[in-house]
Design a binder for this molecule. Structure first.
Ligand code: PMP
Length: 422
């Protein structure tokens, strides 16, 4: 059997990082991975995180042993993140949802872990079909495929520098119709939505378009999985950027999402905690008819999540969760975190602006319509290949460029090289 195992294709992004590391060219530039770098090219530790680290190491009552965390996560982390997402992020409806005990919440191994637990849970109990945007983070299909999903398809998202909303909605309506007619498939499908800063295009629907999209999804009984990996990187304000969560919870518009809403959230980018693997999954349950608490359903779901996590990795890591819960517990640290996010987004916007000035690139997307960590250049795979081979500048094949890899020292080299391959 072993000799028959085929080689898996390399990860589209991490494979390139390996090539970059082995490239001897002294001018090489890595613009592949979504990791924020400052103008000196370093991955900074946020001031809020540094302060929290200092407290963890020096305040005796905060010092902890290295024992296991509970399967569903650090108790204070669970409490604080739940509050942050639903009280602070959704003040109109969040507190009521928490009061009604309608959120099954677990600490996860960052956003990828949240998506994996979601996929395992849904495929065990509710659905093994998902529709992903036709341009998306390469790992989405991989995560769902390797966690029990048998049916992965794509909806049109982007063409000719724009979001193709009409095609998107028509596609959803048509496939639901075909499903019912051809297969009489009564199981609902899931749909993956990027909460903001769509990866890779950096283009998100407008607020009005989201209303239309969510109305359609709701009418078709699709199950929303919200991937919130870049909260704060659109506007520089983490609370403002949870608008999709606020919209999907809008009680006046949607009576009840019958099979729940799945929010996969990450502190990798917006707190710079990449390698610490800190995130969460919130499953928001429908309201009971009587308006009573949903405790028993929630407890059943909690127990299943526990069993899934126990089988995957037993329990999550502790250090990052302690940092997050400290930052969310202390007003000064939290304020500092908000400033840290703002500073990062200001620099990303500054790089975006410099690029648009230097490239003066009329035929390509208006840089300023996009937001987040990336610039989606629309360069062809051949042009991307030439950038790599001739100039040792590494982008992902789809033409996505990680903005913060650009700094005062290399901006001219990068812009001249791009102009050269055009
Ligand atoms: N979703 C999207 C769209 C992403 O771009 C990423 C990170 N690149 C993730 C989820 C997950 O990241 P992490 O597991 O590091 O939180």
């Amino acid at each position: 059997y072993m000799a028959k195992i085929p080689q898996a294709p390399p990860d589209r992004i991490l494979g390139l990082v390996n090539q970059f590391m082995n490239d001897p060219n002294p001018s090489k530039v890595d613009l592949t991975v979504g990791v924020y770098r400052d103008n000196a090219g370093n991955v900074p530790t946020f001031k809020s995180v540094q302060n929290a680290q200092h407290l963890l190491h020096t305040v005796p009552s905060l010092r902890k042993d290295l024992s296991y965390l509970p399967i569903i996560g650090h108790p204070n982390y669970r409490n604080k993140v739940l509050n942050f997402l639903f009280h602070d992020g959704c003040p109109e409806i969040g507190p009521e949802i928490i009061y009604q005990d309608r959120v099954s919440f677990v600490q996860t191994l960052s956003g990828t872990g949240a998506l994996s637990v979601t996929a395992r849970f849904l495929s065990n109990f509710i659905s093994d079909s998902i529709i992903i945007p036709q341009l998306s983070w390469a790992n989405h299909a991989n995560v769902f495929k390797n966690n029990g999903f048998r049916n992965i398809s794509y909806y049109p998202y982007y063409s000719n520098e724009k979001i193709v909303l009409k095609d998107w909605l028509n596609h959803l309506i048509n496939i639901q119709k075909t499903d019912r007619e051809v297969t009489s498939n009564s199981k609902p499908s899931c749909i993956l939505l990027h909460a903001c800063c769509h990866n890779p295009t950096g283009l998100d629907p407008t607020k009005e378009q989201w209303d239309q999209i969510l109305d359609t999804i709701y009418d078709l009984n699709l199950i929303p999985i919200i991937d919130m990996a870049y909260q704060g990187l659109e506007s520089g304000d983490v609370l403002k950027d949870s608008y999709l969560l606020r919209k999907v919870l809008n009680k006046k518009r949607y009576k009840n999402w019958k099979n729940g809403i799945y929010l996969c959230q990450s502190f990798a980018k917006n707190m710079g905690l990449y390698g610490e693997r800190v995130g969460s999954l919130s499953i928001i349950l429908p309201e009971t008819n009587s308006g009573n608490k949903s405790t028993s359903i929630r407890e059943n779901i909690d127990s299943q999540l526990k069993q899934i996590i126990r089988s995957m990795y037993s329990s999550p890591p502790g250090y990052g969760a302690r940092i997050v819960s400290l930052i969310l517990s202390d007003k000064d640290l939290k304020d500092q975190w908000f400033l840290d996010v703002k500073e990062m987004v200001d620099r990303l916007n500054d790089v975006r602006y410099k690029l648009s000035q230097k490239l003066n690139w009329n035929s390509i997307i208006d840089l300023n319509q996009q937001h987040g960590m990336f610039y989606f250049t629309n360069l062809s795979p051949i042009q991307v290949e030439r950038l790599k081979n001739q100039f040792a500048i590494y982008l992902t094949t789809d033409g996505r460029l990680s903005l913060s890899g650009i700094n005062d020292l290399n901006v001219d080299y990068i812009c001249n090289s791009i102009l050269n391959v055009l």
